[in-house]
Design a protein. Sequence first.
Lengths: 412, 412
Amino acid sequence: MTVQEQARKARSAALTLGSATRATKDAALLAMADALAKSETAVLEANARDVARAEANGTSAALIDRLRLTPDRIAGMVEGLRDLAALPDPVGDVVRGWTNANGVQVRQVRVPFGVVGIIYEARPNVTADAGGICLKSGNAALLRGSSSAAESNAAVVEALQTGLVDAGFPAEAIQLVPGPREVTSQLMAARGLVDVLIPRGGAGLIDNVVRNSQVPVIETGVGNCHLFVDAGADEQMALNILINAKTQRPSVCNAVETLLVHADLADSFVPKALDALAAHGVAVHGDPQVAAYGEVIPAEDQDFAEEYLSLDLAVAIVASLDAALQHIRRYSTGHTETIITQSQSSAARFTAEVDAAAVLVNASSRFVDGGEFGFGAEIGISTQKLHARGPMGLPEMTSSKYVVTGSGQVRQ
Amino acid sequence: MTVQEQARKARSAALTLGSATRATKDAALLAMADALAKSETAVLEANARDVARAEANGTSAALIDRLRLTPDRIAGMVEGLRDLAALPDPVGDVVRGWTNANGVQVRQVRVPFGVVGIIYEARPNVTADAGGICLKSGNAALLRGSSSAAESNAAVVEALQTGLVDAGFPAEAIQLVPGPREVTSQLMAARGLVDVLIPRGGAGLIDNVVRNSQVPVIETGVGNCHLFVDAGADEQMALNILINAKTQRPSVCNAVETLLVHADLADSFVPKALDALAAHGVAVHGDPQVAAYGEVIPAEDQDFAEEYLSLDLAVAIVASLDAALQHIRRYSTGHTETIITQSQSSAARFTAEVDAAAVLVNASSRFVDGGEFGFGAEIGISTQKLHARGPMGLPEMTSSKYVVTGSGQVRQ
């Protein structure tokens, strides 16, 4: 089946999904969860074949870890689907409404996008998460996973489709889009058939989709996040937040990648920071001023641009708040930026002038997350300015429609 | 100056605009209005040169009418700028906010996009409207008008910039982007420098921008709008709305282009509709079933796909509500679709199943408009599903940012 044919089937399924009630969608989610739980053996066997192939190809241990499914990870996927059933349905929410002077009633109502394409990398658990989130928000899903997880993804989707059909929905509501690389290009060209594309993965994948897609895209996730410690900051607070934001889970997009220290504070703070970072196994890539305080890897310009996603941190000393703002303007990916300060005016300038999905004052960047925000489910963190910006929950997976009701009114 | 250089200057101006208060922006709008009023003679002279060139090139009378400025039209532009000063500022609005269990406060706040590019056709009044709307919403504007209005647009922008500078803003907050066709491509390639592109004009322009832009686009305006008269509809109401929606202003995107009549009603309604349409000078392009009721121009398939923007109307008879929904699914541009019905279940199905920015029950499609919705200002009507859908006022010209404030909290 071509991508176009798959998308047409998805559009037809979307019509059913769009007017489905919450009760029927929740029943489907629970049926999908049950079917996935029952398919544990089949999914693990398929995954073992993917892992064996990846190992034979010399794939890195880190990638194989992302690819590998375990009974625990499958239980997590099953649980995720059940959790979705417990969340409110965004579809049908009245965003706002009013009655015109002539009696015409206007309501802006949340509706599904229609067909959502998700392009993602090796993690097979995304298959269940994304399929479930799309279903709950009334969208048909076209899931374009990576070829390295092909068998795992196929086994998961087969289980999800069993659940869908058990609950009376068309299997085409959640489809895997297999095939060679050109298939991704075909998906990006399917304007009019696919309503939105969401790439989830590394910077290369996201950049490719954003630049080449004719289908509207929601850009997610690359986070070169900065932590600026202002003059007069509470140093202990700064250390706690720095270590948490860098080391609590270094592989995620809201982890801190660059530390900027106000020069006034450097003599006192930098030595403590270097000690604490070393104690937590963090490799510091420092500018020459930082090198004066201890042994560091000399930072190249590229270090300040990089999203390490590892226990590495670029560190620079800046002369002022203005210099920090300028540095962030130059290198930020617009994800999450943090200031540690006791100054009301520094906090106000930082939150106003930094152009990012989230700006934090005296809190860890790790809080910028759909789960921490209480969204219950998260499809990703948008770093673009159109539509949704920041963590995307179920309401962000919808569009809206104006429903206008009259009794014969015409325009004067 | 290259587009890139202009965009860089715009980004720098956007930084000032982004943290400007409403009071200073309103003062600038009033200064822009005053400067434009004072420049009336210069603008009219520039416009006369554009019109003379267009006439010499054999441009159609309709296009010259759109190009031509008069003292009245300039007064309208001045008034538009003053009206903007009276509207609330969307920037800084708190969309939602909450406090997490650990005391971390999260607020989602409206912020400007940054730099907005508007690509538009001959009407020079768009120059003042778009410039004013961008300024009020805190965005720097790159205005790419058509070459046919080059001198008029330059004179208008010069006046606006005088007002900006008088009020203490950088002139680069509103810039005209002149030059040959390639300049439009450069604007569409300026990802990272331009935050959003909004094309305003005909289907060809919009399609070009939507397909080729690497900058995120808000698609506006093409409206192949349908009016479906259901079985059992109030025929007099249907006639009133039909004539209003088709003839009150046929050149706009929310005018009706196709009439669909339920077969059960055809014998009674179609003859009355043909009479009323003829009396209002509307040329009917009818399918063979319609032709049985009177003399019509035979409708080709293309007639049902076309946005006439003139006193032309495609008419078809459909066997059922399902057939009407199917016809609309095939030909709709997702702008505004209307049902005239007395049936609660028909209205419910139509509003749920039709995939459009606005769906109307028993009211004229001409109500789908920023002015009629009470928005005070309108940059266009979005027909896409991401970000804004339907009439776009000032809040739709903003993005948002999460501001997260703590007192040292870290993630467990």
